[in-house]
Design a binder for this molecule. Structure first.
Ligand code: NAD
Length: 305
């Protein structure tokens, strides 16, 4: 199939690579050229604009930071829809608001272009392994076509409802992930503060009900103080705001999501928005006036008294 791919960041680059490996003719575009060159070396064809991608593709996938970028790439003056043929399909794998997804779907429908919102979960590791979970919103036929292409990047893909439903499920996903990371951060901070053997503690915690993919993936990053993204704090903040807005529209209270959004905001205020979301532990440590080394000092001073 002729597949266009726009947005070759942490997630998009490995995803586009899997599409090449699966035998599709892949045309790629990214704001910065270096990523395009890397994909060309892997067998993709580089494009000079989103319009150029639209010219060459029957299916276009976008993997961009947020809705303004998706809208610009699709509907801007050099956008995909200036050239994409009627009957084609756009799949947006970015995480954006459900309302924006519905509006984009309606604008594409005016041009007789089908649309599926298909946000993903699984992080950079899942993208590299081609083992993402994909939550698809759209009509039956469009989703069936999207699933054929997304097969190359997904371990699980599920049709969850009409356009926008994928983004609602992704909002729930981001609430669960952020909450889990925050509690892993609190637990690790407690273990360090009290001088427990943290590696031994994590081994046993990972064998019981507290086990989770977040515990497995993010606790080692916290212990190593390796906060290279991964998934940037700024992007998770965007997602939590989407979740809060969706909850407000649904007239439900999500107090834990509210608290965690504030912790994430605290990190952004401290200039940490570009770090991986495992850096949530830093916000929690600051609340207790210590970082990993400070914890050790506090243990010693506790023992002396
Ligand atoms: P990223 O910032 O690493 O990548 C975004 C890419 O889009 C960059 O290469 C950038 O140059 C390109 N770009 C931005 N604006 C553009 C434009 N106007 N035209 C062309 N290219 C443009 O982000 P990411 O981590 O890959 O995330 C992408 C999306 O996927 C986001 O919505 C994010 O919330 C979501 N997501 C990320 C992860 C993760 O772990 N990183 C996991 C699941 C979902």
């Amino acid at each position: 199939m002729n597949v266009g791919f726009i947005g070759l960041g942490v997630m998009g680059k490995p995803m586009a690579g899997h599409l090449v490996d699966a035998g599709h003719h892949v045309v790629v575009f990214n704001r910065s050229r270096a990523k395009v060159d890397e994909l060309e070396a892997r067998g993709a064809v580089g494009a000079t604009s989103p319009a150029h991608v639209g010219e060459k593709a029957d299916v276009v996938i976008t993997m961009l930071p947020d809705s303004p970028e998706v809208e610009e790439v699709l509907f801007g003056p050099a956008g995909v829809t200036t050239t994409l043929r009627p009957g084609s399909l756009v799949i947006d794998c970015s995480t954006i608001s459900p309302d924006a997804a519905v509006a984009i779907g309606a604008r594409l429908a005016e041009k007789d272009i089908a649309f599926v919102d298909a946000p993903v979960s699984g992080g950079e590791a899942g993208a590299i392994a081609g083992a993402l979970a994909v939550m698809m919103g759209g009509d039956e036929d469009a989703v069936r076509r999207a699933a054929t292409v997304l097969d190359a990047v997904a371990a699980t893909s599920v049709h969850v409802g009409p356009v926008g439903a994928g983004q609602l499920v992704k909002a729930a996903n981001q609430m669960l992930v952020a909450g889990n990371i925050a509690l892993v951060g609190e637990a690790v901070t407690l273990l360090q503060r009290t001088g427990v053997d943290v590696d031994a503690a994590l081994a046993v915690l990972g064998g019981g009900l507290a086990a989770s993919k977040v515990l497995e993936a993010k606790a080692p990053k916290m212990l190593a103080r390796d906060f290279a993204p991964g998934f940037r704090i700024d992007l998770h903040y965007k997602d939590l705001k989407i979740a809060l807005a969706a909850a407000e529209q649904a007239r439900i209270a999500v107090p834990l999501t509210g608290i965690i959004t504030q912790l994430v905001q605290a990190l952004r205020s401290a200039g940490d928005g570009g770090l991986d979301h495992s850096a949530l532990i830093k916000a929690l440590e600051r609340l207790s006036g210590a970082d990993a080394s400070g914890n050790r000092k506090e243990v010693e001073s506790c023992q002396q008294h």
